[in-house]
Design a protein around this ligand. Structure first.
Ligand code: TA6
Length: 296
C-alpha cells in the first residue's frame, strides 16, 4: 500500500521526484520540513517565517541509492572511511530506502516521523551483524532527530556514526561556531600542521578548510550568523564528539555534487560517535544519538 494511504496525518504529504525519490513533506504551525525515505534524510527544516536552516547543494544527487549533498546525512555503522576495501565512506544506510514506521501528530501539534531500516528487510552486503535502526524526527518549533540503533546479534559490535548536518549560513567567512572552547581536536584538513595535540581557543572562525573532530565534546554548540542576524542552536545527547567541516574552495572542486562557489554557504556541525568516540553495541541494548536544532 502506498505510504500516502497508510499515514493520513494533517500537513503531511507524500510525493515522488522524477528520479523516483520518495519525498515526505511536513507543514504544521511551527515549521515546514522535507525528508526522503532514501537514507532517512531530512533536507529542509524551516521554522515558520524563517529560511531553511539546512543547506543543500544545487548539484546534489536527488536519486534513490545516492547520498544527498546537504541536509542531514545519516552516517552509520561507521564514520569516515569504510572498514573494508571499496566500502563507502560514512556507512551504507544513507544509500538505502528506509521504511516509514510511523507518522503522527503529537498533542503539541508537532509532527513525528519514524523511519526504520532492519537487516531483516534485505541482505545488506556490508552489514557484519543483524540490526535495526530508527530515525525519529520531531518537527516542531525545533527539529529534534534521534538515530536509535539496536544490535540484534549475539555478540557486541563496535560502531561509529554521525548526524552529518549541513547548516545554511550567509557567509562562512563571517560566522562563528561557539561551544567548543578548550576542546581537544583531531585536525584532518589538508593544511593541518599536526593531526593531534590541537586545542580549540575561543569560538571557531573559518578562513580556510576545516575538518576537525572535537573530542571530548558532549555539549551544545551555536552557529552565530551576523549576516542573516540569526543564531542556530544545536543541543545533543549520546555523543561525545562533534565534527566541524567546510571543504573550502580547493576541496569543493573535487566533489561532483558540490558547486565550488558554494563553499561560502554552509558549515557542517555534526553530532557524532566519531574517531575517539566509537560505541560498543551490546546484543539487544539500544544506543541513540539525538540532536535538537533551532533558532535562539
Ligand atoms: O564529516 C567531515 C567529513 O568526514 C569530511 O572529511 C568529508 O569527507 C565530509 O565528511 C563529506 O563526506 P562525504 O562522504 O559525504 O562526501
Amino acid at each position: 500500500m502506498c505510504n500516502c494511504k497508510k499515514f493520513d496525518v494533517p500537513g503531511v504529504e507524500f510525493s515522488r521526484l522524477d528520479s523516483g525519490l520518495e519525498i515526505i513533506s511536513v507543514n504544521n504551525k511551527y515549521a515546514s520540513a522535507k525528508l526522503t525515505t532514501n537514507g532517512a534524510h531530512i533536507f529542509e527544516f524551516a521554522p515558520a517565517g524563517e529560511k531553511n536552516l539546512l543547506w543543500v547543494s544545487k548539484k546534489a544527487y536527488m536519486e534513490p541509492g545516492k547520498p544527498i549533498r546537504g541536509g542531514v546525512p545519516v552516517c552509520w555503522p561507521w564514520f569516515g572511511s569504510g572498514p573494508k576495501e571499496g566500502w563507502p565512506g560514512h556507512g551504507f544506510v544513507r544509500r538505502e530506502t528506509w521504511e516509514v514506521a510511523e507518522i503522527s501528530q503529537l498533542p503539541s501539534e508537532a509532527t513525528r516521523v519514524v523511519l526504520k531500516l532492519d537487516s531483516d528487510m534485505k541482505q545488506f552486503e556490508m552489514s557484519e551483524f543483524p540490526f535495526t535502526v530508527f530515525m525519529i524526527f520531531t518537527i516542531g518549533k525545533e527539529l529534534e532527530m534521534s538515530l536509535v540503533m539496536l544490535n540484534k546479534g549475539d555478540k557486541p559490535v563496535t560502531i561509529g556514526c554521525a548526524l552529518h548536518t549541513y547548516f545554511a549560513v550567509s557567509d562562512i567567512r563571517k560566522i562563528a561556531v561557539s561551544g567548543l572552547d578548550k576542546s581537544p581536536y583531531l585536525d584532518f584538513a589538508a593544511h593541518a600542521v599536526s593531526k593531534e595535540g590541537n586545542y580549540q581557543s575561543g569560538d571557531i572562525q573559518i578562513t580556510s578548510e576545516i575538518d576537525s573532530v572535537y573530542y571530548p565534546a558532549s555539549g551544545a554548540t551555536e552557529i552565530v550568523d551576523p549576516g542573516w542576524g540569526r543564531i542556530i542552536t544545536v543541543e545533543k545527547s549520546g555523543s561525545d564528539s562533534t565534527v566541524v567541516w567546510n571543504p573550502w574552495i580547493e576541496k569543493a572542486t573535487t566533489m561532483a555534487d558540490y558547486a565550488p562557489e558554494e563553499y561560502t554557504e554552509m558549515i557542517c556541525v555534526e553530532c557524532a560517535n566519531a574517531k575517539c568516540d566509537p560505541r560498543i553495541l551490546l546484543p539487544g541494548v539500544p544506543h541513540q544519538i539525538t540532536q535538537k536544532i533551532g533558532l535562539k
